[in-house]
Design a protein around this ligand. Sequence first.
Ligand SMILES: Nc1ncnc2c1ncn2[C@@H]1O[C@H](COP(=O)(O)OP(=O)(O)OP(=O)(O)O)[C@@H](O)[C@H]1O
Ligand SMILES: [Mg+2]
Length: 252
Amino acid sequence: MIKITNLSKSFDGGKTYSVKELDLEVKKGELLVLLGSSGCGKSTTMKMINRLIEPTQGTIEIDGTINTELDKVELRRNIGYVFQKIGLFPHMTIEENVCIVPKMLKWSKERMQERARELLSLVELPIEQYGNRLPQELSGGQQQRVGVARALAVDPDYLLMDEPFGALDAVTRDSLQKEVLQLKEELGKTIIFVTHDLFEALLLGDRIAVMDGGILQQCGAPEELLNTPKTNFVKELFLRPARQLSQFKEVF
Ligand SMILES: Nc1ncnc2c1ncn2[C@@H]1O[C@H](COP(=O)(O)OP(=O)(O)OP(=O)(O)O)[C@@H](O)[C@H]1O
Ligand SMILES: [Mg+2]
């Protein structure tokens, strides 16, 4: 379980807050979606979980231990991170990129190669064809899939996925969304998935945490947000697409 308590982050000494007094729990095996518009604090929250950013205030517990008390390597072994801006190392091959964490953990060459083969085949980039290429020799979507493979490399219990499918076409996105659901259902991963796409949130989320301006508006099951929105922001969020759809009906 991930338990976030009274978490705040200010980058300017308390003048403004990117995340403010956030309380959130993610249960074992759950897929929690963080939903909100650009700049609302989604990535900042994710980065504080695996300690790329230190909080101004508050705590994050991973399975009962506050993350600042965990060794950073151990923390990141247990939490796979798919970055918003892909973040593959440009001078390393695809296979080397996938094996960054295994290498840190000093796995044998054979074990790393076997794992890279397995993972690259999972994201449909066969190692024979793609393993030796550099990131720049892959399309944006293919690079994002390498990012997913890399996050899974040492079989972490937790996955943080920060808008992993932002740059993908609808069809590829569809098939990867299904894969995310499989990760949860078949491998029992606990996942926090960031998106600003309401439909993606509804498709994937067991629960959805809606953020606006660094503040959690509401967290609940999709039908809970839809039926009993606690704030105007949440209410509007669901009304907007309904209005857009009704415009379509008039056109056809
Ligand atoms: N390193 C930083 N220094 C100063 N301000 C920052 C830093 N990182 C983020 N911010 C600010 O914090 C706020 C939240 O940023 P964050 O990246 O968490 O947003 P986001 O919800 O992930 O947005 P997006 O959907 O565009 O990725 C923004 O106003 C941003 O400018
Ligand atoms: Mg972001």
